[in-house]
Design a protein around this ligand. Structure first.
Ligand SMILES: Cc1ncc(COP(=O)(O)O)c(C=O)c1O
Length: 392
């Protein structure tokens, strides 16, 4: 006997879906629920103890409008992935931007430093090799005391020096002897927290990363170095409370929007998600309904850092029918401009609209020129994704 497939996600009432005014929009559009965005920003500000500098990663939204709201809530600087992204936020008035990426080309370093000098702001850099320090030094020629954070690999196995090795102290020493660079402290992205699977495990993972950082701080102190900055950051650490002892600053990014990944990790509810995609059903066959949002709108990212599992390319909530109990579908396949929504024997009429909740909101925001911001009782507003496409 075959049983009905279990629903791919929770059933929600229309009110719980959020995104007021969604039904009247042309599709597809990437939409932001302003009330939820502000609630997520306020929640994060309340979670981080005073005395810890909040320097959110702006790669999530690439939007100076959203960074302005983060600043009002207490952010004192921005974290960027790439030089071009850093420059957009420096030009938009960020008092400090950290380029959280190993730069190997001095021209990129110089461009960031020139933008910071124009805006009387601070630019910081990270390094995990001699080659990167040499590129920073060459790019900073003519500047003074450019802050460099030594990056440690606390478990993600992406960038960063081995914290067990002598390399962090050696690199700090090399930076400290530079005529143009200053050793500013230690840096890590504990993105291994995305392996989850639950808040308790994430808390333990984040705590272990923090303790690793503090052991290297102690070794640097023994070697005669002050370590003014101990910089960590990930949304799972923030929401699972990995603790702050010994940390001087945090850099979460995704927390402003959240997504299905945060729900899967037990760190958010559907009512917290502040970014979605409104799409239309444009065709249907016996197996799939086709929506006008494919990989060029939803991205084909199933989860950050390719960690943990994701069953599909997004959850699809129809904006029709019984609005008290909207049972989701899922996007099973993607063409560039078509999302393949598995019908599972249910109807999804051509011409109807749907809200898609993505696996990873940060990549979705980067796919559009502007975000459509929705608030109850107000017309939709467009916020430019000003740093969109800044991959250099
Ligand atoms: C260096 C660095 N810092 C901070 C973050 C923010 O982490 P999250 O996306 O979990 O908010 C990231 C995310 O990739 C990162 O790469």
């Amino acid at each position: 006997m075959s049983s009905a497939p279990s629903p791919p996600g929770p059933s929600l009432a229309r009110a719980a879906l959020g995104f007021p005014g969604l039904e009247s929009l042309e599709t597809p559009q990437v939409v932001v629920d302003l009330a939820r965005l502000d609630a997520n920003i306020a929640r994060a500000a309340a979670l981080v103890p005073s005395g810890i500098a909040f320097k959110p990663h702006v790669k999530t939204h690439k939007s100076p409008d959203i960074f302005a709201r983060q600043r009002v809530a207490g952010a004192v600087g921005a974290t960027a992935s790439k030089p071009g992204e850093a420059i957009v936020f420096l030009e938009a008035g960020a008092p400090e931007v950290t380029v959280a990426y190993p730069l190997t080309d001095p021209r990129k370093v110089r461009r960031v430093l020139e933008a910071a000098a124009r805006r009387k702001a601070v630019a910081r850099f990270t390094a995990d090799s001699l080659a990167v320090v040499e590129a920073l030094e060459a790019g900073a020629d003519g500047f003074m005391s450019v802050p460099v954070l030594v990056e440690l690999d606390t478990g993600l196995k992406r960038c960063g020096l081995d914290p067990q090795s002598a390399a962090p102290v050696e690199l700090a020493r090399r930076i400290a002897t530079s005529p143009v660079l200053t050793f500013a402290g230690l840096f890590t992205h504990e993105g291994q927290s995305y392996a989850g699977p639950d808040p308790a495990t994430i808390r333990a993972t984040s705590r272990a990363a923090r303790e690793t950082m503090l052991r290297v701080v102690a070794r640097l102190n023994q070697a005669g170095f002050d370590v003014p900055v101990v910089s960590m950051g990930s949304t799972p650490s923030l929401l699972a409370d990995g603790g702050y002892e010994g940390v001087t600053e945090v850099r979460p990014g995704n927390y402003v929007f959240l997504d299905l990944t945060a729900i899967r990790l037990g760190l958010a509810q559907p009512t917290d998600l502040a970014l979605g995609i409104v799409a239309s059903v444009v065709s249907a066959n016996d197996t799939y309904a086709l929506i006008d949002a494919g990989s060029k709108t939803l991205s084909s990212d199933t989860r950050p850092h390719a960690m943990g599992g994701a069953a599909s390319f997004g959850l699809v909530y129809p904006l029709i029918g019984n609005q008290d109990q909207i049972e989701p579908f899922e996007v099973r396949r993607l063409s560039e401009e078509h999302g393949w929504v598995a019908r599972e024997g249910r109807d999804l009429p051509v011409g109807s609209k749907v809200l898609v909740l993505p696996n990873h909101s940060c990549v979705v925001a980067n796919l559009v020129d502007s975000l459509t911001v929705l608030a109850a009782g107000a017309p939709p507003v467009q916020w430019p994704v000003a740093a969109r496409g800044t991959i250099r």
